[in-house]
Design a protein around this ligand. Structure first.
Ligand code: PEP
Length: 257
């Protein structure tokens, strides 16, 4: 059980998965489970862009946020293949993932672009989930906290954060994403505590205590409760397990237990 007064945040990142029919069914199951209890974590799903309109009505009206896996930092123009925040807002999106490792490392997205995206998201009063985390090499050389601090400073230094409830940090060790390997709850807690210390120095104590820091990396029903029982782990960003309604809702229940 989370020990802080921060409302836990649970996000389901569907990545490039689901057919239209599967997306509708998954959204309906998750929405039903999210609506069952009035009090609980903030829950968001991040489907592929093309299903946003498809599931919008299913998600709307319950305590489930509709999210996008990425966005353009630009307002509009000649940016082939990109999707703007205006477009996402029109689709009912209120939260956006920024800097996911599959873009940061997989597609070599530069730090400046990640920072520009986060600034644009928060500038529209949407909830931005900034993903950070170290690679296996970085972990093995003891650089976890240094890497997290560099990624945090690059996105947050000089950024105006008016509402700390709209900024979520997802600590996702790259070696744990989609691999079945999970950081131990002690290691994850140590990384989260170090992240909160950096947040204090960038944004001040009040903001740092209010910002949710969530864990991502093979979180599943079997390990969710132990991870989220740590004082600085305020929820989870879930990939694989978010594609099964039963597993995802079990994780949501672990956060509200
Ligand atoms: C993710 O994509 O953010 C993630 C944590 O994936 P998984 O849960 O599959 O490791």
């Amino acid at each position: 059980m989370p020990t802080s007064t921060r409302t836990p945040f649970i996000g389901g990142n569907w990545k490039m998965n689901t057919t239209r029919g599967q997306a509708l069914e998954l959204a309906a199951d998750v929405a039903r489970a999210a609506a069952e209890k009035a009090v609980g974590p903030q829950v968001a799903v991040y489907p592929p862009y093309v299903w946003l309109e498809t599931i919008r009505a299913t998600v709307g009206g319950v305590s489930l946020m509709l999210g996008a896996q990425d966005c353009s930092p630009e307002a509009n123009g000649a940016f082939t293949g990109d999707v703007s925040l205006d477009m996402l807002t029109e689709c009912g999106v209120s939260t956006v993932l920024v800097g996911h490792s599959e873009r940061r490392h997989g597609l070599r997205e530069p730090e400046e672009r990640i920072a520009a995206k986060l600034k644009a998201v928060l500038g529209r009063s949407m909830t931005g989930v900034l993903c950070i985390g170290e690679t296996l090499d970085e972990r093995e050389t003891g650089a976890t906290d240094t890497v997290n601090e560099m990624q945090l400073r690059s996105a947050l230094d000089g950024l105006k954060v008016r509402d700390p409830g709209k900024l979520v940090i997802a600590y996702e060790p790259v070696w744990a994403i989609g691999t079945g390997k999970t950081a131990s709850s002690d290691d994850a807690q140590a990384a989260h505590a170090a992240i909160r210390t950096v947040l204090v120095s960038i944004l001040g104590d009040a903001h740092a205590q209010a910002i949710r820091i969530i864990y991502g990396g093979s979180m599943k029903p079997a390990n969710a409760a132990e991870l989220m029982a740590q004082p600085d782990i305020d929820g989870g960003l879930i990939g694989g397990a978010s594609l099964k309604a039963e597993d995802f809702t079990a994780i949501v229940d672990a956060a509200r237990a």
